[in-house]
Structures are given as structure tokens and as C-alpha cells.
Design a protein around this ligand. Structure first.
Ligand SMILES: [Zn+2]
Ligand SMILES: [Zn+2]
Ligand SMILES: [Zn+2]
Ligand SMILES: [Zn+2]
Length: 109
């Protein structure tokens, strides 16, 4: 059996450790990004808040611009209209200062 790299107990889950709650793989559908930083609170790719998911099975993310919590599936912040993902190609928008998508140049305002 595999051991959890954080607590050294037997690993009891594919996505996160049931003992110490450290996340190995993002549990969001279609993401499954490896989490290399065990202190991370959210997925580096899709922004899923790990704690909300592990405790309540809720898929939330925090808007990097207005810091409000909302559903992960929305492509755009419903409060400040910040785009989390490009509306044309779905590329993740990582910076609040981006005016256009770096991949397809769609305007993000
Ligand atoms: Zn553990
Ligand atoms: Zn993810
Ligand atoms: Zn926002
Ligand atoms: Zn794009």
C-alpha cells in the first residue's frame, strides 16, 4: 500500500488523504491536476477550494479579483464579471490584469 507523503499513514484515497486531508490530485471533474504544494488551499489549475470539497463536497473557487466565493463551474465571476476562463477557448485566465486571452486574443472585458 502507498503511504501518504505528509502523515506517513497508509493512503486511504486517490485524491486526498483521509487522515491528514492533504490533497494529492485535484478532485474536480476533468482536472485531476497533481498538487505538488501540500500547503496549497486551492488547485493551481482550476482553482477548486480543497477544503470546501473535502468537508462539504462543494465545488467552490474564490475570485482572484473581488475575493468572493462562488461555484467552480461558472466561467465568469458573477459579482465583478472577471473571467476565470476565456469565453472562446476556455484557457484559464491567471492574472487579474489580463485584458485579452493569451491563447486566442479574445477580449476579456
Ligand atoms: Zn496523510
Ligand atoms: Zn483542479
Ligand atoms: Zn469577482
Ligand atoms: Zn482564449
Amino acid at each position: 500500500m502507498d503511504k501518504c507523503p505528509s502523515c506517513k499513514q497508509e493512503k486511504q484515497g486517490k485524491y486526498w488523504c483521509k487522515n491528514c486531508k492533504s490533497v494529492f490530485l485535484c478532485p474536480a471533474q476533468g482536472c485531476a491536476t497533481e498538487n505538488r504544494n501540500k500547503d496549497a488551499t486551492e488547485c493551481s489549475r482550476c482553482g477548486l477550494l480543497f477544503e470546501e470539497y473535502i468537508r462539504h463536497h462543494k465545488m467552490y473557487r474564490v475570485c482572484p479579483k473581488c475575493k468572493k466565493k462562488q461555484g467552480l463551474s461558472d466561467p465568469q465571476c458573477r459579482y465583478c464579471r472577471y473571467w476565470f476562463n476565456c469565453p472562446s477557448c476556455g484557457h484559464r485566465v491567471t492574472s487579474t490584469s489580463m485584458l485579452t486571452c493569451p491563447r486566442c486574443a479574445t477580449g476579456l472585458r
